[in-house]
Ligand binder design. Structure first.
Ligand code: NCD
Length: 317
């Protein structure tokens, strides 16, 4: 991990397109800033109006519950003016192109755009259309950087040291943007990552990303400090019948069960949501005290506040 002298470091990112563009220092800077905002969230009045003069548009072309609500709440807690755009209720339905939509929105003097889109590369494309800061809230199967940052924040709550931490990511490795951002971020800060799932959901040459591969859940759970389960991204799979026999069989081989929690008493369970109970894990596992899934949601708010604050030019507080 390349960490520079804290005195000479300064955060100079304008966008958050993916963790691939962020150094280990940038990542740690965001995570440290998020601690302050996490404390703000525990106050009786959890507001800090540092974005009072900013206007932000949330541009969502793909379904979202957690991410969208989390960004919107983070923006409101910081006093920003917020406009929401949802493709399903907009002129996109009348055939307007993404470029025209964003140019029109931009004429309304927007400072930041939070974008989710089914096509990889859309946030990057937006940086060429408008002057605003762009935050990627998930682009196809490419990256979902704020999710990985909130995952890393949650891991640090369990144990502040990420270097050497043993992280297992279990499930649909091929089609997940969450896994991609986590692999990029976690390897940069020195964590050890194992990806585990059926061969048919494992990308070709995934080891070249700096991770180890396992096809054995039992072995993986015996090894890890954190087990992060991922949903099978059905919306990005043509003909799922080809990739695994059935969800029941998937659960048999790769679902986390109460018996695993008993057998391996140390690992914690994470999931970015939405969970398919009875597939990625038994329902009782999601509700057990070993799961930190709802902490991830709360931390997401703090991490997104930190990202919004730093990208709008704020200095570490
Ligand atoms: C993830 C996503 O959208 O990529 N969800 C999220 O942002 N909380 C994971 C998923 O949809 O499975």
């Amino acid at each position: 991990m390349m960490m520079s002298n804290p005195d000479s470091y300064s955060f100079s990112q304008k966008h958050l397109l993916g963790l691939a563009d962020y150094s280990a220092d940038d990542i740690m800077h965001v995570l440290e800033q998020a601690k302050t905002f996490r404390e703000v969230l525990d106050r009786p009045v959890p507001k800090i109006p540092t974005l009072r003069d900013k206007t932000i548009v949330n541009l969502f072309y793909e379904n979202s519950t957690r991410t969208r609500l989390s960004f919107e709440l983070a923006q409101k807690r910081m006093g920003a003016d917020v406009v929401n755009f949802s493709a399903s209720t907009s002129s996109t339905r009348k055939g307007e192109s993404l470029k025209d939509t964003i140019r029109n929105i931009s004429s309304m003097k927007i400072d930041m755009v939070v974008a989710r889109h089914q096509s990889p590369g859309v946030p990057q494309f937006l940086t060429r259309c408008v002057d605003a800061s762009i935050i990627n809230a998930g682009d196809g199967a490419h990256e979902h950087p704020t999710q990985a940052l909130l995952d890393m924040f949650t891991m640090r709550q369990i144990d502040p040291k990420l270097k050497g931490k043993k992280i297992a990511i279990i499930g649909d490795i091929s089609h997940s943007r969450v896994v991609r951002s986590n692999i990029v971020g976690l390897t940069k800060v020195g964590a050890e990552v194992v990806v585990c799932g059926p061969k048919s959901l494992m990308p070709f040459a995934v080891e070249s990303l700096g991770v180890n591969v396992s096809y054995n859940l039992e072995e993986t759970l015996a090894w890890c400090d954190i087990a992060m389960a991922l949903r099978i991204q059905m919306e990005r799979i043509d003909g799922p019948a080809d990739l695994f026999p059935s969800l029941r069989e998937y659960h048999e081989r790769f679902g986390i069960k109460m018996s695993h929690l008993e057998k391996y008493p140390d690992f914690k369970v994470m999931h970015p949501g939405p969970i398919n109970r009875g597939v990625e894990m038994e329902s009782d596992v999601a509700d057990s005290d070993r799961a930190v899934i709802l902490d991830q949601v709360t931390n997401g708010l703090a991490v997104r506040m930190a990202v919004l604050y730093l990208l709008s030019g704020g200095k570490r507080i």
